[in-house]
Design a protein around this ligand. Structure first.
Ligand SMILES: NC(=O)c1ccc[n+]([C@@H]2O[C@H](COP(=O)([O-])OP(=O)(O)OC[C@H]3O[C@@H](n4cnc5c(N)ncnc54)[C@H](OP(=O)(O)O)[C@@H]3O)[C@@H](O)[C@H]2O)c1
Length: 178
């Protein structure tokens, strides 16, 4: 079956966005001179599965940032919510995580980039995430949308690698233990 992989940045206090979805605190701390590995990560992915919240923010960007096919999970959006210029690049699905992975597996996807805090949480609960690259940004934002949330059981991880950048970003790669 298709495996899920996470590549995400959080504030030091564990948020991926402010409550209203703002990520300017994150973008303003990006240092284009540093290679944080996103390009080589996404090269290996067959596509991206994201939650509605992540799509809504991405649609505000000046240009579409994803070079691979995108599947958006939502109970509220329909195909007509996909802007014309993204038809053929973005699909809206209302399916459970495991059913999505089974469907994508049949389509030939081996590796899926899973993005969005709530979506990542539900994929972790369903044991559909293999590994996570988490880049911690040295800022406290106090409140926001968390990367992680409630669990029905502990999730143990192995640290595969950790490195830091001159900008102060700390990046750690974990594998989820089964
Ligand atoms: N810091 C970073 O690197 C990073 C990365 C990605 C995103 N972000 C930011 O994070 C924010 C979005 O994250 P988020 O956690 O608010 O939302 P999200 O995970 O992107 O989307 C959540 C929505 O997806 C839909 N959904 C469908 N199936 C789901 C399932 N099985 N589990 C959970 N949700 C499901 C639901 O919408 P419906 O009600 O329509 O069903 C739900 O409200 C944005 O501001 C984005 O810019 C930051």
């Amino acid at each position: 079956m298709t495996s899920g992989h996470v590549f995400i940045a959080t504030s030091l206090d564990g948020y991926i966005a402010r409550v209203d979805g703002d990520i300017s605190w994150l973008l303003s701390r990006d240092n284009p001179g540093e290679d944080h590995g996103f390009e080589s990560f996404i090269k290996n992915m067959d596509g991206i599965i994201m939650g509605r919240g992540t799509l809504e923010k991405a649609l505000e960007f000046p240009s579409w940032p994803y070079p691979k096919p995108v599947v958006v999970l939502s109970q509220n959006l329909t195909a007509s919510d996909v802007p014309e210029h993204l038809q053929g690049k973005v699909r809206i699905l209302d399916r459970k995580p495991r059913a999505v992975m089974e469907m994508l597996s049949q389509e030939g996807w081996k590796w899926a980039y899973v993005d969005g805090g709530l979506l990542i949480q539900s994929f972790i609960q369903e044991k559909l995430i293999d590994d996570l690259v988490i880049t911690t940004v040295p800022v406290l934002i106090g409140r926001g949308r968390p990367l992680f949330g409630p669990l029905t059981a502990d999730v143990s991880l192995t640290l595969l690698e950790s490195k830091h950048f001159p900008s102060g970003l700390v990046q750690s790669r974990y594998r989820i233990l089964r």
